[in-house]
Structures are given as C-alpha cells and as structure tokens.
Design a protein around this ligand. Structure first.
Ligand code: FES
Ligand SMILES: [Fe+2]
Length: 352
C-alpha cells in the first residue's frame, strides 16, 4: 500500500463536517469524513444531526432518499428514520407483523453547530467521554467573523504539515503586499508542550508578516500565539492593545486522498475601515488559494509515492505532529494516558 492510502484518522474527536451556511433547514447532505459517509441533516427547527449514510435494510445511501425536515425516507423501500437514526416506519409491514421498526436504527453521531461549522463527533468507542466542541476564542463583545472552506487535493497529514510549515511562506505566499523572497531572515521561536499539541509561545510577529505591518498603525506592542492541537487544529491569536485577531484552521480528512481546510476567523481590528470584511475576504481567499494550488501540485507528485524528507528545525513541527498522532493512537489502544512527545519548552531556529 502506498503512503498516501495508509492514513490513520484519530477518533474520539470532533471533526468539522461542513460550513453551517451550506445546510438550510429541511436539507440533508452526504459528507465524507475520515473516509466514511455521513448524512448531515438540519431539521425543520434548525437543529443539526449526523447519521451513518447507509440504510440498515440494504445499505443504500439514505442521502439518496427524501427528507421532510423531520424524517428521512429511504428511496428503495420507503423505510423512514428520524434524526436520531431510529426507524419510524416500514411501509411493507402487515398490521399484525411482529417486526418492530423502532428496534431498527442507523448509527447516529453527536453533532453540533459552532463558529460557523457543523461538527461531528467521530468515535467507535461507546464509552468514549465526549469532549467539548472546539471553540474559537474571542476577546470582545463586538467583532466580525468569517468562514472560508477550501478543498485540498492532498490527505489530512499533508494539509496539516503544510499549515504549520514556516519555510514555504516566502515561496508560496510571496506578493508585493505580503512579503518578498528576499526578506528571508533567521528566526528563533520558542515552543512549549500543551495537552494534545504544542504552542509557539507568545512573541512579536516577524517584521515581514502582513499582520505586523497592518497593526503597526495602532502603535501598541503586538503579540502572536500559535497552537496546534490534535487531531487537526491550528489556532492563532494576535493581540495589539485592545485589538485582536483570532483564527482557527482545521484540516478535515475527507478521504485518504482529499481534505478540506476550514478557516474561521474573528477580529475587532481595523473595524473602522469601510468594507473591512470584504477586504479581509479578498486577502484570505488569495492567501488560502496559494496553499490550495501548491497542494494540488504536490498531489501530482505524491501519486508516485516518492520517499520524503523532514528536516530540522523547519520541519520539526511536522515531526511533532506525527509523533503526537502516534502517541495519541498508542494511548487509545492501551487505554493509558498519552505520553507527550515534547518533554519541555524548546527553541526552534530556521530562515523564512
Ligand atoms: S434499502 Fe432502505 S428501505 Fe430498503
Ligand atoms: Fe501557507
């Protein structure tokens, strides 16, 4: 089997199924997540639910049936299921039939809407204690927010290590308004372990980043913190006096070969600027589009399953990601506490 098709998807986590605005009341959609088909529904009251997208009768996708905002009717023999996955009707049954539809069900998964995304808790372990849905931190009552979703032609692992990769910036994201290749300089960043991940400790953003340039207008010290937490979240906070920008990027595994980047941001910076949200959208789209295109190119190369190299220190975060995933998996299998691969704070140095 190729490296590409061997991806492990950590379970007992919330995964973002889709942007919340893509599902209106009374609609249902099939969504692949971790290589499995889910049926995501929004009932007539606006509540979301997630079911295994197979009819338990003959396995046909329930998403091929009809949803009336309350129940899904399978398109093959008309069995109906409510949003909890319980069968409510089997049209072919005689009134005196001993078959009890309510004993038949398709699996349902915890499902919640938060920060513009619909999240599904994926677990095969009935006793798993369900954690809280991941949350984007905000720091004032009033703020603007926005969600951008982009399909990535590469698997979750490459999406994630691309997200935390400091060395591609000057090459992939170069533009007059962002930074030039010639601005590459030495950097040293402190990192510390946090539960299920690591944090780039609070620091002043590098002088060649756009955030730094923009926020300089406030004439206040600027600090940034970046965190990665399993299974797939990168969180960044920028603070400048009472102004802030907070983002959450999640790389959702769709199949072994595809993933999706959901980038959720909230901010109160520059909110006096007219059309700030539109300006933000243009820049964010452009920036994410650059990552999207580079990963598309990468996917062409990865089809041949080449041997790959991770180097210190620019790829150390990528190494940590794989180590964290392994340690988590091991702890899940053995039922013990996870042994954190990062033992103590450490400084990484690279040029970018
Ligand atoms: S396959 Fe769904 S009702 Fe028969
Ligand atoms: Fe990037």
């Amino acid at each position: 089997m190729s490296e590409e098709s061997k991806i492990e998807f950590p379970t007992n986590f919330w995964y973002a199924a889709m942007p919340a605005e893509d599902l209106k009341s009374g609609e249902m959609k099939r969504q692949m997540l971790t290589n499995r088909p889910f049926l995501i529904l929004r009932d007539q009251n606006g509540e979301v639910a997630a079911l295994d997208d197979h009819c338990p009768h003959r396995g046909i996708p329930l998403s091929d049936g009809r949803f009336d905002g309350k129940e899904v009717e399978c398109c093959y023999h008309g069995w109906k299921f409510n949003c909890e996955g319980t069968c409510t009707e089997i049209p072919s049954l005689m009134p005196d039939s001993p078959v009890k539809p309510e004993r038949i069900r398709t699996k349902n998964f915890p499902c919640e809407e938060r920060d513009g995304l619909i999240w599904v808790y994926i677990s095969d372990d009935k006793n798993s204690e369900i954690k809280e849905v991941p949350k984007l931190e905000t720091f004032s009552e009033k703020y603007k927010s926005h969600v951008i979703s982009s399909e990535l032609k590469c698997n979750m692992d490459h999406g994630i290590i691309g997200l935390m990769d400091p060395a591609h910036g000057p090459f992939v994201h170069q533009a007059w308004w962002w930074r030039k290749q010639t601005s590459i300089h030495e950097k040293a960043k402190k990192f510390e372990p946090i539960p299920n991940g690591f944090r780039m400790s609070s620091h002043t953003p590098s002088t060649n980043s756009a955030a730094y340039k923009l926020l300089n207008i406030y004439n206040e010290p600027i600090t940034t913190t970046i965190e990665f937490v399993l299974p797939n979240r990168r969180l960044e906070q920028i603070h400048c006096g009472k102004y802030w920008f907070s983002s959450q990027a999640v790389v959702t595994p769709i199949t072994d070969k595809e993933s999706r980047l959901d980038f959720v941001a909230a901010w109160n910076i520059l909110n006096g600027v007219p059309f700030i949200k539109n300006i933000y959208k243009i820049f964010a789209k452009k920036f994410i589009g650059q990552d999207q295109r580079i990963m598309e190119k990468q996917s062409v190369g990865l089809r041949d399953n080449p041997k790959l190299i991770l180097i210190d220190d620019a790829d150390t975060q990528a190494k940590w990601y794989f180590q964290l995933k392994k340690a988590y998996q091991k702890a899940q299998e053995n039922g013990d506490e996870m042994e954190h691969p990062i033992k103590e704070p450490i400084t990484l140095r690279w040029r970018s």
